[in-house]
Design a protein around this ligand. Sequence first.
Ligand SMILES: [Zn+2]
Length: 142
Amino acid sequence: MIRLADVHLDAVRAHGEADYPYECCGLLIGGFGVESTKTVLETVPISNAREESEKRNRFLITPEELLKGEKVAREKKMDILGFYHSHPDHPADPSQFDLDHAWPMYSYIIVSVNQGRSGDLRSWELREDRSSFDPEPILEGD
Ligand SMILES: [Zn+2]
């Protein structure tokens, strides 16, 4: 389960709309609570590292960006809980590319952005055998 305040959900949606028709991506940082419930305390927008021609249906966080994110999280005494990205004009379901590039344990939040407006927002977790994603419940709160 992952807990996000409205301000974080709004930030993810706003980033998705701002980068439309391209995918946005960013980090979710915060802490782990009881029964590994993740609590997001901050969203960190990350530049999109892909080539212009590939910017529509993929997302990628470079190792450099991940390192930078880890440093930010560490300085705030937080952990990286996962990543968010947008799916312009596509559902908030993980793509094969997402599956191929995911790591276990992290949350993957996907927001669907249709015609420039954010719609469905879902969180996913990679199965331990990496065969597919399972939906992760989102707890909205302040
Ligand atoms: Zn995706």
